[in-house]
Design a protein around this ligand. Structure first.
Ligand SMILES: Nc1ncnc2c1ncn2[C@@H]1O[C@H](COP(=O)(O)OP(=O)(O)O)[C@@H](O)[C@H]1O
Ligand SMILES: [Mg+2]
Length: 377
């Protein structure tokens, strides 16, 4: 029987785990289950297994018992869940798209400086941004003269890696707070001498591009800073919607809320109900959602085929939201950790629905569903 395939593009590490079902936090069975609802069959592939000249690929397909490698015609629509830092990969994806294949979420990691600059140019979004500058010794002095609490973060970083905090206290002056090698929840605090960063930190900041950003005073739960993950995805009608959101609570004594750094995922309402005045919670959450939607709509007019985004949004004790970060490869498992199984499933369903939408776009001409019978290799 002929099938309509949707490609799921994975990095090699995850791809290699498919036959033994070791795909980390990514659930392949949820792709299969939700794709079926839209008459689609997912096939899992790597960029390296795409042959542009024959317009075919080798991909894993679930056959009801296990995953088998098959040679397939290139799927017309591909959902990118991989990161490609290398230029050759980006070049190959471009060629793929020039052939009429639609790759959504084609770039999953934009520099934090690029996103900041784009949003800064939007008058309706600018006041939701913490002040930020690419870090140089000059910009650092400027920021230290303006704000008593700063976050230093790698421009191309993720999952809280490499983040430091620079904080001024009346009694103790400036201190740098940075991760300890002893574990993701341990932090070291070093006082600055004559306002100068330690030598190792200066060397690191010269080597790796960083952003220096005003630290937003995040709401706290049991003394632990909290931010929100908001998953915004395009669905069956092609437009963005909020799939769900949860709160990330940093470990005790920490200031980064990433789950990979020991943060706890909890339903947002439950957490906020305990830390904000009750009357403020619904309004704050609506404000967060409106900001998330407006941000994605604005970015998607400027970045190619953005369709599936996880935003980090901070809230102040007054309930005022701030944009912190935009992730192209959203870590969906936070919803499962927060006990929100059905929304976790939705985070897979919506991109499959969007794939269906793309396949059904007659206006685009090139996106007619291509049906191919599979050859098992
Ligand atoms: N400007 C800021 N104010 C307050 N907290 C911040 C700020 N920037 C980052 N954080 C904290 O650090 C975490 C990681 O920063 P983020 O910008 O999301 O980078 P990453 O890509 O490493 O996740 C955030 O989830 C938030 O908890
Ligand atoms: Mg983040």
């Amino acid at each position: 029987m002929s099938q309509t395939y949707v490609g799921i593009l994975l990095n090699t590490g995850m791809y290699r785990g498919i036959p033994t079902r070791r795909t980390g936090q990514e659930s392949l069975s949820l792709y299969e289950e939700t794709a079926r609802e839209y008459g689609l069959t997912p096939c899992y592939l790597r960029l390296a297994d795409i042959d542009l000249s024959s317009e075919s690929c080798i991909a894993y397909v679930y056959n009801g018992i296990d995953y088998s490698k098959q040679e397939l015609p290139l799927p017309q629509v591909i959902h990118n869940r991989a990161l490609y830092p290398r230029a050759e990969a980006v070049h190959k994806i471009r060629k793929l798209m020039a052939m009429g294949i639609t790759v959504f979420n084609v770039n999953n990691r934009y520099g934090k400086d690029t996103i900041h600059r784009l949003l800064w140019n939007a008058p309706h979004l600018r006041h939701y941004l913490p002040a930020a500058m690419p870090l140089t010794s000059r910009s650092l002095s400027t920021m230290m003269s303006r704000y008593p609490d700063l976050i230093l973060k790698p421009i191309r970083g993720s999952v809280g890696h490499g983040i430091m905090r620079l904080q001024y206290r009346e009694d103790a002056g400036w201190a740098l707070i940075y991760p300890s090698p002893t574990g993701p929840r341990d932090w070291i605090t070093t006082r600055l001498r004559r306002g100068e960063l330690p030598g190792w930190a200066r060397r690191r900041l010269e080597r790796v591009p960083y952003l220096v950003q005003e630290r937003i005073p995040l709401v706290e739960y049991e003394g632990r800073p909290v931010d929100l993950r908001v998953t915004v995805q395009r669905g069956i009608h092609g437009d963005f919607g909020i799939t769900g959101r949860f709160a990330k609570v940093s470990p005790k004594g920490g200031f980064v809320c990433n789950i990979a750094k020991g943060g706890e995922a909890l339903p947002a309402e439950d957490v906020l109900a305990q830390i904000l005045p009750a009357a403020l919670v619904p309004a704050a959450l609506s404000h967060v959602e409106a900001l998330a939607l407006a941000t994605c709509r604005y970015l998607s007019d400027r970045l190619p085929l953005l369709a599936d985004v996880g935003l980090d949004i901070g809230l102040t004790p007054e309930g005022r939201p701030y944009f912190i970060e935009c992730n192209g490869r959203d870590q969906r498992y936070g919803f499962r950790k927060a006990g929100m199984e059905s929304i976790w499933k939705d985070t897979y369903r919506r991109p499959m629905a969007f794939a269906r939408y793309l396949l059904d776009q007659p206006a685009k001409g090139t996106i007619a569903p291509r049906k191919g019978s599979a050859k098992t290799t």
